[in-house]
Design a protein around this ligand. Structure first.
Ligand code: SF4
Length: 376
């Protein structure tokens, strides 16, 4: 088998229990659809496009969930409001703010008492915040540096559960006079294992009467599922795609991203090349988690240069954050030497990306809230 697709990966690793079905909501919940799909669903309930647009604008654009307020503000009939029914919410169960870098982590309980986490990332632009969103509870990819992979229960998040992370984070941000200007699917889960719901959420997030986040500021990050990268390319989506390599050789990738590494790295790069060719411009964003003594040597830089070749890329270097201490980030010397070597063997832009909130376990690879008991 040269490559994997999401349907094969929606299976448990080892003996971890998996519930694939996401949490249910009203068949008329605008948070649970892309805008286009919502208009279709609403039409089957007799709603004209103007009403369904109005409903999405109130629920997603303004964050109104109270049915009485909705009835009044969206000028909807009682019959339509009754058809909508209750809109479930994620329950905010924990908020942590890093005194080091102002990263904030929110923990939400789902209706079935699982916990997902969302990270609020303050950007350089004053008042601007980007969200790191979760797409699944747990993750079947098994990356050895990632705490999410150790979670015992796994399931896909519903589209509404993704959108509700955005709405509740936005509420907090707005109370502080700030605004959400971007989002990245780099929290818990591999977004391409929950492809349809993640992309529906992204479409609603960038819709002008949805969450109004610019599509170019929404990034979908994958560890390299080739059929889904190709599907994404063929669908000509407007969001940014980032591929996380882990290592440049199949042998090393097997050690840190074991499931993704069942696809040879050259096949992942070929899919990235097809993506960038179809775009006709720009650079492919590649993320690379740097681990001291493992993947930041001269050989690794040479292997990256060889496998990437002439494809235009921007390589984002991210320090590993491993609360267990098994993996350490590179020392300053190691990193400088690695960057010099990349200059020689790759000769393309290399950016060191800050993975903040380490003190509150909000950094890349550290999200791992477990399920909670009833009544929290
Ligand atoms: S790094 Fe991403 S893909 Fe890998 S186990 Fe963690 S959440 Fe899943």
């Amino acid at each position: 088998m040269s490559s994997l697709d999401a349907s094969q990966l929606a299976l448990p690793l080892a003996s971890a229990p998996v519930r694939i079905a996401p949490a249910a909501t009203s068949p008329l919940d605008p948070r649970n659809f892309s805008p286009e799909a919502f208009h279709e669903a609403a039409a089957s309930f007799g709603m004209i496009p103007e009403w369904s647009r109005r409903l999405m604008a109130r629920v997603v654009g303004e964050g109104i969930h109270d049915l009485k307020v909705l009835e009044k503000k969206a000028s909807l009939s009682r019959k339509v409001v009754n058809a909508i029914g209750e809109l479930p919410r994620l329950r905010l169960v924990d908020v942590q703010l890093s005194p080091v870098d102002n990263f904030m982590k929110l923990a939400f309980a789902t209706p079935d008492d699982l916990v997902v986490e969302t990270v609020l990332i303050p950007l350089h632009k004053p008042g601007a915040v980007s969200l790191c969103l979760s797409s699944q509870v747990g993750c079947a990819m098994g990356c050895t540096f990632c705490a999410t992979a150790t979670m015992k229960t796994r399931r896909n998040l519903a589209t509404w559960e993704i959108i509700d992370q955005v709405l509740q984070a936005r509420e907090i941000v707005q109370q502080e006079g700030r605004r959400v200007t971007g989002a990245v699917f780099m929290g818990m889960g591999e977004p391409f294992l929950n492809y349809d719901r993640v992309l529906a959420a992204a479409e609603t997030m960038c819709c002008p009467y949805g969450a109004s986040i610019c599509g170019k500021n929404i990034t979908v990050s994958t560890v390299g599922l080739v059929p889904e990268i190709d599907r994404y390319t063929q669908e000509n989506r407007r969001f940014r795609l980032s591929i996380s390599l882990g290592a440049a050789t199949d042998e090393k990738r097997r050690q840190v991203v074991p499931v993704a590494a069942q696809t040879p790295v050259k096949d992942v790069i070929a899919a990235a090349q097809r993506h960038i060719t179809s775009k006709g411009q720009g650079r492919m964003m590649l993320a690379y988690v740097c681990i001291s003594g493992f993947n930041v040597g001269e050989d690794d830089a040479r292997a990256l240069g060889e496998v990437i070749g002439d494809m235009p890329v921007r390589l984002d270097l991210i320090d590993v954050t491993d609360p267990t201490g098994r993996y350490q980030p590179p020392t300053a010397d190691e990193l400088n030497t690695f960057r010099d070597a990349l200059q020689r063997y790759l000769g393309q832009p290399v950016v060191r990306r800050y993975s903040g909130g380490a003190d509150i376990r909000a950094a890349c690879g550290t999200l791992a809230a477990q399920s909670i008991g009833k009544g929290v």
